[in-house]
Design a protein around this ligand. Structure first.
Ligand SMILES: CC(C)(COP(=O)(O)OP(=O)(O)OC[C@H]1O[C@@H](n2cnc3c(N)ncnc32)[C@H](O)[C@@H]1OP(=O)(O)O)[C@@H](O)C(=O)NCCC(=O)NCCS
Length: 200
């Protein structure tokens, strides 16, 4: 994996992090990234007030993460191509003028947050609006519109997103435990590209 991620001025970055050169990282000083993360070309990642990306996270091409608020992406999250994640936006409800061409106080920017729980996977071209918490283990079908919190370990589809069925968690959590055993030492430090057997 490339070391390019280590020269971007991020607030913190783990090991095995690959940020492809055509990804656009804005306000890297408020962004922290864990271990084993891939951010594809043509991602636009805007740090906002704070962005925290865990470990084993993949952000696919043409994802936009923006809106000026806080974004938390926990471990093992996948955000598929074309998703738009907004942690804030203008006031759409008529209290003021809107858009970046309008100076404050004629415009009000509402800063909020978006939180992705561990093992969430978001289907292609989904849109996530400010203030949403996506529960642990949620899977979202392609093309969903997420306006409200999503319950853990549930598969959602549609616009607005509604539950399709439960997503079993036992196997996923079992595999996570095995992988952690394999890739982390007893002090909880990630050991890249080295198996447990090789560590001895
Ligand atoms: C949500 C998803 C996981 C469900 O898979 P599945 O269980 O095999 O779904 P099924 O094909 O059995 O469909 C079940 C029902 O949900 C509907 N449905 C499935 N995916 C949907 C979607 N993305 N949006 C709206 N409805 C959807 C189906 O039309 C079907 O409805 P019906 O019962 O009224 O006929 C899958 O359809 C999906 O969207 N995966 C995301 C793929 C993706 O974005 N990949 C990007 C690269 S990783």
């Amino acid at each position: 994996m490339t070391n390019q991620a280590y020269n971007l001025g991020l607030a913190g970055v783990g090991q095995d992090v690959q940020i492809w050169p055509k990804a656009n990282i804005i306000a890297p000083e408020v962004i922290t990234i864990g271990d084993s993360v891939i951010i594809d070309d043509f991602v636009v990642l805007i740090g906002g007030t704070k962005t925290t990306i865990g470990s084993f996270v993949h952000i696919a091409s043409f994802v936009l993460i923006g809106g000026g608020g806080e974004c938390v992406i926990e471990d093992f999250v996948g955000i598929s191509g074309g998703c738009h994640v907004y942690s804030g936006n203008d006031d759409y409800l008529g209290s003021c003028l809107t858009g970046p061409t309008v100076p404050f106080p004629y415009r009000v920017a509402i800063r909020s947050s978006v939180h992705f729980g561990k093992h969430a996977i978001i289907g292609a071209n989904s849109v996530i609006l400010p203030g949403v918490t996506i529960g642990e283990g949620v899977a979202v079908g392609a093309g969903a519109l997420i306006t409200k919190d999503l319950e853990p370990w549930t598969i959602y589809v549609g616009s607005p997103a509604h539950p399709l069925r439960a997503r079993p968690k036992e196997k996923i959590l079992e595999l996570e435990a095995q992988l952690r055993e394999e890739l982390y030492d007893s002090a909880g430090k990630y050991i890249p590209n080295q198996t447990r057997a090789e560590r001895g």
